[in-house]
Design a protein around this ligand. Structure first.
Ligand SMILES: [Zn+2]
Length: 163
């Protein structure tokens, strides 16, 4: 009897904490849901003439490759498109060059070449050959404000599958 009661209450806390649904994160143009990006990242990547517009709020980034919008804040209505960001957004259509590591300006193509021509297999190989991830400041340089190692791994996998 006692056992039964214990089982029933065991995961209540978990359900509560996973309930953080954000329904206010839709891109104002394409209506797909975005990913949160910190103010410091947006501030650093928006063209200098528009820095004042950035304010001190956090933003979302639109992950839809077809959409022209990069950063937006649903509450204030402030949004920035591809032309208003200093770097090409690697996952957007026509990004050129396609950076994998923004800090060291290493492109997806360079990583694929390192895999195919120089036999690189791991992130460590890539760091040695291309200089990627050296003096990493991803929070400022990567458009998502996150470490680029996941993108580098994806480029390695792409290169390996082309061999
Ligand atoms: Zn969009």
């Amino acid at each position: 009897m006692t056992k039964e009661i214990l089982n029933k209450s065991c995961c209540r806390g978990k359900i509560e904490s996973s309930r953080k649904i954000e329904d206010n994160n839709l891109c104002p143009v394409c209506k797909t849901s975005g990913v949160k990006v910190k103010n410091i990242t947006v501030r650093h990547l928006i063209v200098d003439t528009l820095t004042e517009l950035v304010g001190d709020m956090d933003y979302y980034i639109c992950m839809n490759e077809e959409c022209d919008i990069v950063y937006y804040n649903p509450e204030s209505g402030v949004k920035f498109n591809k032309q208003q960001v200093k770097v090409p957004i690697w996952f957007k259509k026509d990004a050129n060059p396609k950076f994998a590591c923004y800090c060291s300006k290493v492109t997806e193509e360079q990583i694929i070449n390192a895999v195919i021509k120089d036999g690189a297999k791991t992130i460590k190989d890539i760091i040695n050959i291309t200089g990627a991830m050296k003096n990493a400041q991803c929070q400022k340089n990567n458009p998502l404000g996150k470490c680029c190692h996941k993108i580098i791994q994806e480029a390695i996998d792409k290169g390996l599958s082309m061999k």
